[in-house]
Ligand binder design. Structure first.
Ligand code: HEM
Length: 402
């Protein structure tokens, strides 16, 4: 077993997704790895494989029998304590058949009418944040802007109080951004989340049917499902819906603004040609894909010549697949008007992101509002920008001025 402090000498035989170079410039590592060995392996934290080719990632994502979602954390909190035993958050942590109905019941809530309802709310929030934080010609596009948009949207959709927003963001930071370093804090946070939703669910059940508001909490407690939905399933889904869309979308918005601040030619072009916006949004999602997931190997097996053992972890490095030159021309370049862009920032296969259209709307509205209300902006201190990595990657401090 490699010691965590050992330096990495060869990325094919040993890697660490929390490595600072990987967090800031993962594309350098992927390029090196693609040339030497497309699926790297490490025992640094636990037995883990890292595929980086688009084709391998798609194949593994579709093979749900051998590659289960019972443990989706890129680093598991404790050895021998995985997925369902640790926290079930269906549908993302379930395999079929539970996954099928757990996902189906949520689908209507993320359809076009929900997106239409949330669009003006997202726009108002964005404009208000700009007025509050950027009036003096400076501000932090990540912490003062991107961070506050998705949390408001999902809180409204779930039906939980808006005054708890900073609490939700705190949970996401402690679980997804700091959790790998401070596992005990993350476990305490999880307990807090479960207790919070248990109380909200009980309060909602106490409201007579017919008088309950039209939101995700009501949808979940009134759901008629093929199998009985346990309280554990219900609370896990509430937890998933809250966290799945917060720092993912926050990261994508912040990456987009970081890109525009540091690439004036793209910012000028987008201002001059607003019709490019949908293509720019897809390119932000491709180049700066925030999410890496994991799969749990269910049986001893071989994939592409790699001898995998039951219990091994496979990292679903969707962001790496999005930089695969076999799939994309000029794969590491940001091409604002890229026409063919079949990226999988939102994953692939049965677990493909349920909130993808909501996320696209938030990203587009947030960037449009920023371009509309903030004149040409640049990074005021490029060296001060910070990135977080692991399960979700994105910039956390993006000081801009204009
Ligand atoms: C830019 C923002 C987002 C990105 C990059 C993203 C990415 C992803 C990815 C890669 C997956 C697949 C997970 C896997 O294969 O294991 C996923 C699943 C999921 N996402 Fe998103 N997501 C985003 C925003 C959202 C939003 C706003 C929501 C709303 C609540 C959401 C809800 C979900 C849910 C519920 C799943 C699980 C689907 C299933 O297991 O069937 N996501 N997301």
């Amino acid at each position: 077993m490699t010691d965590l402090t050992d330096p990495i000498t060869n990325w094919a035989d040993d890697f660490d997704i929390l490595d600072r170079d990987y967090v800031v410039h993962p594309e350098h590592r992927w390029e090196e790895q693609r040339a030497r060995c497309p699926i790297a392996f490490t025992e640094r934290r636990q037995r883990t494989w890292l595929p980086v080719r688009y084709e391998d990632l798609a194949a593994i994502a579709h093979d749900v029998e051998r590659f289960s979602s019972r443990d989706i954390a890129v680093i598991s909190p404790f050895e021998n304590m995985v997925g369902e035993d640790f926290l079930s958050a269906p549908p993302i942590t379930s395999d079929p058949p539970v996954h099928t109905w757990a996902r189906r019941l949520l689908l209507p809530a993320f359809g076009p009418s929900a997106i239409d309802r949330m669009t003006p709310i997202t726009h108002d929030r964005a404009v208000r944040l700009i007025e509050e934080h950027f009036a003096d010609g400076t501000g932090d596009a990540a912490a003062d802007y991107a961070r506050h948009i998705p949390v408001r949207v999902i809180a409204i959709m779930l039906g939980v109080p808006l005054e708890d927003e900073s609490r939700f963001t705190g949970w996401v930071v402690r679980l997804l951004q700091e959790g790998f370093q401070y596992m005990d804090k993350a476990m305490d946070t999880l307990g807090e989340v479960v207790a919070y939703f248990a109380e909200k669910v009980a309060a909602r059940r106490a409201v007579p049917e017919g008088e309950r508001p039209d939101d995700l909490l009501t949808l979940l407690i009134e759901a008629e499902t093929e199998e009985e939905m346990t309280d554990e399933h219900l609370l896990g889904t509430c937890f998933l819906l809250l966290v799945a869309g917060i720092d993912t979308t926050w990261s994508a918005i912040a990456s987009g603004l970081w890109h525009l601040a540091s690439h004036p030619e793209d910012q000028a072009r987008l201002r001059a040609e607003p019709s490019l916006m949908p293509m720019a949004v897809e390119e932000i999602l491709r180049v700066y894909s925030p999410v890496t997931m994991a799969r749990y190997v269910t049986e001893d097996t071989e994939y592409a010549g790699c001898p995998m053992k039951a219990g091994d972890k496979v990292l679903m490095a969707f962001p790496a697949g999005n930089h695969d030159p076999e799939m994309f021309d000029r794969a590491d370049e940001f091409v604002i008007d890229r026409e063919r862009n079949r990226h999988f920032a939102f994953g692939s296969g049965i677990h493909r992101c349920l909130g993808s259209n909501l996320a696209r709307m938030e990203l587009q509205v947030a960037i449009e509002a920023f371009l509309e209300h903030v004149p040409t902006f640049t990074l005021s201190d490029p060296d001060a920008v910070t990135w977080t990595g692991g399960q979700v990657r994105g910039p956390r401090y993006v000081p801009i001025s204009f």
